[in-house]
Design a protein around this ligand. Structure first.
Ligand code: SAH
Length: 255
């Protein structure tokens, strides 16, 4: 299983975003994947209860798509990831530096879902303003941000991270307990997890994934002290060699 240090050594953020988040007519699989995720994040972050002061993004990677709907609902965002290069790549975009990934097509899609495609520049500014810190974390540690301790947030979001970070179901269950400590009682967890996936690949690197079923994720969330309030699996129909993913689970739970 490819664990955290493999990510630190081998995960190329630019190649990852190019493979999974660039939108163009010639990249049908990638587009389907991004659009599914954006739609379900839009749906979840439209729920009435999902608003508040602080949001923590766990395993943010180099990406911002998981923050595009969320930034309308929370005042401050803290992004966490294990690898240095992913945090640096995210910070490069936040500072609007040369060579940063072009998220504009993705941002426009989210604005369109929200009813006004023309608001994309405003949304980019909002994300750049609201992300206050980008910190190191390890979801397998009891205090994922140790030695730093963060005040419990109103909400945590985690997309496509735990199934990549956890080698087996017990580790997955304990990672949910670990990240659960980052959210206050009464606060929410928003999870996007791939189901039935054993690997994903890009740039000639293969990363392993914990192959999960819907009921296993739900049970793990409940065992971590949450009540599941929304859970929806969407089949992923595209077939190519870059992943054997079968479905994407979107889940909301209240601590
Ligand atoms: N959230 C992003 C990135 C997912 S890629 C997205 O939706 O596209 C998986 C991420 O998990 C990588 O950024 C990797 O650095 C991170 N990761 C792997 N092991 C981890 C661990 N033990 N703790 C925290 N993050 C980890």
């Amino acid at each position: 299983f490819t664990e955290a240090d493999f990510y630190q050594q081998n995960f190329d953020p630019q190649a990852y975003m190019k493979e999974y988040y660039s939108m163009s007519d010639s990249r049908e699989g990638a587009n389907v994947f991004v659009m599914q995720n954006l739609r379900s994040l839009h749906k979840m972050f439209s729920l009435d209860e999902l608003r508040g002061g602080t949001l923590i993004d766990v395993g943010c990677g180099p990406t911002i798509c998981q923050l595009l709907s969320a930034c309308e609902r929370f005042q401050e965002i803290i992004a966490l990831d294990y690898t240095d290069q992913n945090r640096q790549e995210l910070e490069r975009w936040l500072r609007n530096e040369e060579g940063a990934f072009d998220w504009v097509p993705v941002v426009k899609c989210v604005c369109e879902l929200e009813g006004d495609r023309e608001k994309w520049a405003e949304k980019q500014e909002k994300v750049r303003k609201k992300v206050k810190q980008v910190l190191k974390c390890d979801v397998t540690k009891a205090n994922p941000t140790g030695p730093v301790s963060l005040p419990p947030a109103d909400c945590i979001v985690s997309t496509l991270c735990l199934e990549s970070a956890c080698k087996d179901l017990p580790t997955f269950r304990s990672a949910l307990r670990n990240i659960g400590t980052l959210v206050r009682p009464g606060g929410h967890l928003v999870l996007v997890t791939i189901l039935g996936e054993t690997y994903y690949a890009f740039n000639k690197q293969v990363f392993s994934c914990l192959c999960l079923e819907k009921h296993e994720v739900e049970a793990a969330v409940e065992a971590a002290g949450f009540e599941v309030t929304f859970s929806e699996a969407q089949p992923y129909e595209v077939r190519n060699e870059s992943t054997d993913c079968r479905a994407v689970l979107s889940l909301v739970a209240r601590r």
